[in-house]
Design a protein around this ligand. Structure first.
Ligand SMILES: NC(=O)c1ccc[n+]([C@@H]2O[C@H](COP(=O)([O-])OP(=O)(O)OC[C@H]3O[C@@H](n4cnc5c(N)ncnc54)[C@H](O)[C@@H]3O)[C@@H](O)[C@H]2O)c1
Length: 320
């Protein structure tokens, strides 16, 4: 079986590709190596994957429709895992157009390539907990209304869910969206809070803590996310279209996470308390009952176990 992973050089794509290779899948990766964050980190991830038998990489933008069509024709994937996107809530306030490009136009290209493929693949795609926007009922359930996004990033992820539904309805192709909840782990993105905190802590700078630390996040260890992705990809019993939360079902206080990270790095953090940032959510908390019932998903990793794994990798990778 062949899986085409878009965004393979990214944080989640790298972990997912490694796991599918271990399981004996042929993995085809597509990534444009955009410079939203340190491209060396993406190249280092890609180099590790490049050494594995069964892996093929294409340096390509999913907005290049002709190029993407060619990859689909050559590789004939059984499954497509679409992770390529412009991530980041805050960045979407300053750089709106790239979100329309990669997340809407790029995603439409992926849908069109799936639809016209000789053998139509199953499409599993990344959505986000950010679609819950202004919702206050906890935990977030898939049946909740998600019509109040508070960032353009969230709006593009909701758009992906709607677009996928249309393609499943019109063309009877299977599309499954996964709403990821704050994923973290080794090989992490440098723009995410834990990385920014680790960098500041190890260089003796104060960390910027928004909303005075009064925030709650459902932090999900990347191995648990990959386990959920694999279960969804391999499941034979899912409907033509569905959406699932994929989180840890534990909403952590930001200050506890900071304390856990500081302990793992062996430092005493200095904190600069700041107001809430535009586009941010106060709390995220995933109901994971639906994914548990459908494919037996049970996340295993608490922040006490997962944060030290991230901290160890961070020190080693950055030589700190
Ligand atoms: N990490 C999280 O906590 C989180 C939470 C919710 C949703 N998500 C979603 O999961 C997916 C993966 O996130 P990640 O954390 O691994 O991010 P990432 O930025 O590390 O990975 C995305 C990859 O896609 C590539 N890419 C971006 N635009 C592209 C384009 N137009 N064509 C081809 N490649 C392109 C990038 O170069 C990058 O390697 C994204 O869709 C993101 O929105 C992530």
């Amino acid at each position: 079986m062949t899986i085409l992973i878009t965004g393979f050089a990214g944080f989640i794509g790298f972990h997912a590709a490694r796991d599918f290779l271990r399981r004996g899948w042929w993995v085809v990766g597509v990534d444009n190596f955009c410079d939203y964050y340190d491209v060396k980190l993406k190249r280092d991830r890609a180099a590790i994957l490049g050494e594995q038998p069964g892996f093929t990489a294409h340096e390509l933008d999913i907005c290049d429709f002709a190029g993407l069509e060619k990859v689909f024709a050559e590789e004939a994937p059984d499954v497509v895992l679409n992770l390529a996107a412009q991530p980041g809530v805050r960045y979407s306030i300053t750089h709106p157009f790239i979100y329309q490009k990669s997340n809407v136009e790029g995603f439409l290209n992926v849908l069109e390539c799936c639809r016209h493929a000789a053998k139509v693949p199953k499409l599993v795609f990344a959505s986000s907990s950010s679609v819950y926007g202004g919702n206050t009922k906890m935990p977030f359930e898939e049946s909740d209304q998600v019509d109040t996004p508070v960032s353009l990033y969230a709006a593009t992820k909701k758009a992906n869910e709607l677009m996928a539904h249309t393609y499943s309805h019109l063309y009877k192709m299977q599309t499954i969206g996964l709403r990821f909840f704050t994923v973290y782990g080794a090989w992490y993105r440098p723009d995410m809070a834990l990385s920014l905190f680790a960098d500041a802590m190890l260089h003796g700078r104060p960390i910027k803590v928004f909303n005075n630390g009064d925030m709650l996040r459902d932090f999900t260890f990347v191995d648990d996310i990959v386990d959920g992705i694999v279960r969804v990809v391999e499941a034979q019993n899912l409907p033509l279209y569905d959406i699932f939360n994929i989180g840890n079902h534990r909403s952590e206080k930001l200050l506890d996470v900071i304390e856990t990270l500081a302990a793992a790095l062996g430092v005493t953090p200095k904190m600069e308390m700041l107001p809430m940032q535009a586009g941010d959510l106060y709390a995220t908390y995933a109901s994971i009952d639906k994914l548990n019932k459908a494919v037996g998903y049970v996340p295993k990793t608490t922040i006490r176990e997962g944060v030290p794994v991230f901290a160890k990798w961070y020190r080693e990778y950055h030589g700190l």
